[in-house]
Ligand binder design. Structure first.
Ligand SMILES: Cc1cc2nc3c(=O)[nH]c(=O)nc-3n(C[C@H](O)[C@H](O)[C@H](O)COP(=O)(O)OP(=O)(O)OC[C@H]3O[C@@H](n4cnc5c(N)ncnc54)[C@H](O)[C@@H]3O)c2cc1C
Length: 419
C-alpha cells in the first residue's frame, strides 16, 4: 500500500511530540512525514531556555532531536522555513523558501507568540519595534537577549507569570541589574494566592532580582533603541533591555487563512480534529478545545497521544478531555495549580498546611467536599490524587482531605533556606 503523507506545521513541543508518538506506534510504515518549522534547529526543550541564558547549560544540552535524527528517520524537516499558505483544495502546504508538501493528514502545532501590549513609543518613527525590546520564546530570542544583556547595566522584565520569572532567572547573575515589573498584587497571581506569591517573591529577590508589584509600564523611552521606561505613577527607570512577558497569542493566522474555525485558538473537538476538516488536527498552544487553550507540558504529552492514535486508527476511541492541573518549576521549587483557587465563596471550605521550614505549602478549596481549586508549593506528591479528584468532581471524606494537605517527609527545598 502506498504511504500516506503526513505534514506537521511547527516543530516545538507539540509538533515534535506528535511525530515521536507516530513513530513509536509504527507510523513510519504508514506515513511519509514532512515538517515545516520556522526555527532552523531540530527540536529542543524550550522550558530550559533560562538555563542556557544563565550559562548553567549549553545550547546543545537542551537539544532533544538533532538534524541527523530527522534524516535517519526519513523525515523531511523543512527547517527555517515558515509555512505561508495552506491550500485545502489542493491539500498542499507552501513554505517561505519554496518547499511544497502535499498532505493526506495535516497537523497544526504552531504554538503561540509573545503578546506586546500597546505601550507608548513601542515602535520607532518607521514602525519598527525599538531595538532592545524583546519577547522570550525561542533559542534565537535567548541568544539575542544574552548578547544585549552583556552590554546592559539594567534590564526590565515586564510581567509576573512563569515566563517572566524564567526570563528574570535567566538574566540574574549576568552582571546587569534585573527589575521584574508586574501590574498584579503578587507574583503569579493568576495561579497562586498571596502567601504563595510572597514565597516566590522571596526566592526571586534572593537571586538579586528587584521586584516591583502593582506597577504598570505605560511608555518606553528611546529613539531607535530603548533607553528606559515610564511607569503609570509617573516614575522613570533607565534600562537598555526590556523583555516583554505579559501574555501569549496563539499562532492561528495560517489556519484562519485556509478557512478553519478560529476563536482564541484553532477550534478542535475531543479528538483534536478541526471542527471543519477531519483530516486536519491541531494541538498545543495554537489549539482550543471548548473554551480553553491548554498548552502546558502535561497537556501536550496527552494531546500528542490522542492525535497519534487518531492518525493511525481513525476509529480510535481515544479522546482528550482537557488536563486541568499544571505543574512547573519556579525559581528552583516545584509548584502546582489546579482549578481556580480564587473562585472561593463564603460557603466554601478552605484547608491548608504551611510548613516553610520543610519548604511546603498545600491549600485546597472545596465546595460541598469537591475540589474547586488547589495550590501545592514545594511538595507535589498530592498532585495526582488532587487532580483526579478535581477532574472526577469526586466527593471527599474528612480523612481524604486531611491526607491531601498532610506535610510529607520530602527533602527541604530552596524555600526552606529563605523561610
Ligand atoms: C522559557 C520558557 C519556560 C517554560 N516553562 C514551562 C514549564 O515549566 N512548564 C510548562 O508546562 N510549560 C512551560 N513553558 C511553556 C511551553 O514551552 C509551551 O507551552 C510549549 O512550548 C507549547 O508548545 P507548542 O508546540 O504548542 O508551541 P511551541 O513550542 O512554541 O512550538 C511552535 C513552533 O511552531 C513554529 N511555527 C509557528 N508558526 C509556524 C509556521 N507558520 N510555519 C512553520 N513553523 C511555525 C514556531 O517557530 C515554533 O517552533 C515554557 C516556555 C518558555 C518559553
Amino acid at each position: 500500500m502506498p504511504k500516506q503523507r503526513l505534514v506537521v506545521i511547527g516543530n516545538g513541543m507539540a509538533g515534535a511530540r506528535v511525530v515521536e508518538e507516530v513513530l513509536a506506534r509504527g507510523g513510519a510504515e504508514r506515513f511519509k512525514i514532512a515538517i515545516f518549522n520556522d526555527e532552523a534547529s531540530g527540536s529542543y526543550d524550550r522550558m530550559r531556555l533560562a538555563d542556557v541564558m544563565n550559562g548553567s547549560q549549553h545550547e546543545h544540552e537542551i537539544v532533544l532531536r538533532d538534524l541527523a535524527w530527522y534524516r535517519e528517520n526519513q523525515i523531511q524537516l523543512n527547517g527555517g522555513q515558515r509555512a505561508l499558505v495552506v491550500s485545502r483544495a489542493t491539500r498542499a502546504v507552501h513554505g517561505s523558501a519554496g518547499a511544497v508538501e502535499f498532505y493526506d493528514k495535516l497537523v497544526f502545532a504552531t504554538g503561540s507568540s509573545p503578546y506586546f501590549p500597546p505601550l507608548k513609543n513601542l515602535f520607532d518613527a518607521n514602525g519598527r519595534r525599538l531595538d532592545g525590546v524583546m519577547g522570550f520564546r525561542t533559542l534565537a530570542d535567548c541568544n539575542t537577549i544574552t548578547a544585549l544583556a552583556a552590554e546592559s547595566r539594567s534590564v526590565a522584565v515586564l510581567g509576573g507569570g512563569l515566563l517572566a520569572l524564567e526570563a528574570a532567572r535567566g538574566l540574574a547573575g549576568n552582571g546587569c541589574q534585573v527589575h521584574l515589573i508586574h501590574s498584579g498584587p503578587w507574583l503569579m497571581n493568576q495561579q497562586l494566592d498571596e502567601y504563595a506569591g510572597q514565597v516566590v517573591e522571596r526566592l526571586v529577590e534572593r537571586a538579586g532580582i528587584r521586584v516591583h508589584l502593582n506597577r504598570a509600564v505605560c511608555s518606553l523611552v528611546g529613539q531607535r533603541r530603548v533607553s528606559g521606561l515610564v511607569l503609570s505613577d509617573g516614575s522613570a527607570m533607565d534600562c537598555e533591555l526590556v523583555i516583554v512577558s505579559t501574555g501569549l497569542i496563539p499562532n492561528t493566522w495560517l489556519a484562519y487563512q485556509c478557512g478553519l474555525t478560529v476563536e482564541r485558538g484553532i477550534a478542535v473537538d475531543s479528538q483534536l480534529r478541526s471542527l471543519d476538516d477531519h483530516d486536519i488536527h491541531a494541538l498545543g498552544e495554537c489549539a482550543q478545545l471548548r473554551d480553553r487553550v491548554r498548552g502546558s507540558k502535561e497537556a501536550i504529552v496527552e494531546q500528542a497521544r490522542v492525535v497519534a492514535a487518531q492518525l493511525l486508527d481513525s476509529d480510535s476511541s481515544v479522546r482528550y478531555h482537557g488536563q486541568s492541573g499544571v505543574n512547573m518549576k519556579v525559581m528552583g521549587i516545584n509548584l502546582a495549580s489546579i482549578g481556580n483557587i480564587h473562585a472561593v465563596t463564603a460557603q466554601d471550605q478552605v484547608v491548608e498546611s504551611r510548613e516553610p521550614k520543610r519548604g511546603q505549602y498545600k491549600k485546597v478549596a472545596l465546595r460541598e467536599r469537591r475540589v474547586v481549586g488547589a495550590i501545592l508549593l514545594g511538595d507535589l506528591s498530592a498532585f495526582p490524587a488532587l487532580n483526579a479528584a478535581f477532574e472526577l468532581n469526586a466527593k471527599l471524606s474528612d480523612a481524604e482531605i486531611a491526607g491531601l494537605i498532610a506535610p510529607s517527609t520530602s527533602k527541604p527545598n530552596d524555600w526552606a533556606q529563605v523561610a
